[in-house]
Design a protein around this ligand. Structure first.
Ligand code: SAM
Length: 221
């Protein structure tokens, strides 16, 4: 089937371009053992995030949606020694698993995990005058994507890169009348990007081991 082909091609890419990595594999197995859903980014997507952070020269990264920290490790490894990554997670159990994964990967010194609803954490950071981030990865509960984008902009500077994951959802985003509030969240996110003169964005459809989906990427002006 098509999806078997996408998976096989992801394997092909991974075998050639993504060296086996004990810490990343351990993170995925620790997540499985702890009962976390396997909704992390794929290896080639994790490496894309890592490369984008390096291209951006990011020293401060914000991630909304940690899960077990698989994407977080990829991003943290793009940081210089004096860099910082703040990652937000609702579930204390997930955050605990992520913290152990960070320690095992040797990146815990670069990462702050904030536990609780991301909306509250982001509002607090904005109120408290948190320094702007160089790269922001939005990958949490999709119904809140428009609100996350609004708060991400408050934590940005001209040149900040904002990335949003899962913005195609098997093409479901075409359904204006969808009863799925995640789809409506992504549609609201696109509408905001379209109306917001402060971000220049595009979105790319993807296929692979995680199915048919896509990501949006923009730069703040
Ligand atoms: N970025 C992770 C990766 O690729 O390894 C995957 C993140 S997963 C798709 C989404 C995460 O967002 C879940 O761990 C979920 O518990 C968390 N989440 C859901 N609602 C949230 C909220 N209101 N505030 C913060 N995190 C939330």
């Amino acid at each position: 089937s098509e999806s078997q082909k996408w998976t096989a091609v992801d394997r092909y890419i991974e075998e050639r371009l993504i060296p086996k990595d004990e810490a990343l594999e351990k993170a995925l197995s620790a997540n499985r053992d702890a009962g976390l859903p396997s909704i992390d980014v794929a290896a080639n997507q994790g490496k894309l995030l890592h490369l984008l952070a390096r291209m951006q020269g990011a020293k401060r990264i914000l991630e909304i949606g940690t899960l077990g920290g698989y994407s977080t490790i990829w991003l943290a490894r793009a940081l210089p020694a004096d860099g910082k990554l703040v990652t937000l997670e609702l579930e204390p159990h997930y955050a605990g698993v992520a913290r152990r994964n960070f320690a095992h990967a040797g990146v815990d010194g670069l990462i702050e995990v904030k536990v609780g609803p991301a909306l509250a954490q982001l509002s607090l950071m904005a109120e408290e005058g948190e320094a702007p981030f160089d790269l922001i990865f939005i990958d949490a509960d999709k119904p809140n994507n428009p609100a996350y984008l609004g708060l991400a902009l408050k934590l940005s500077r001209p040149g900040t890169v904002i990335i949003g994951d899962n913005v195609v959802r098997d093409g479901e985003i075409l359904r204006e009348d969808s009863a799925d509030d995640r789809v409506q969240g992504i549609r609201g996110f696109f509408d905001m990007l379209a109306a917001e003169p402060g971000v220049d964005a595009t979105a790319i459809q993807t296929v692979g081991v995680k199915g048919y989906d896509g990501f949006a990427i923009g730069i703040v002006s």
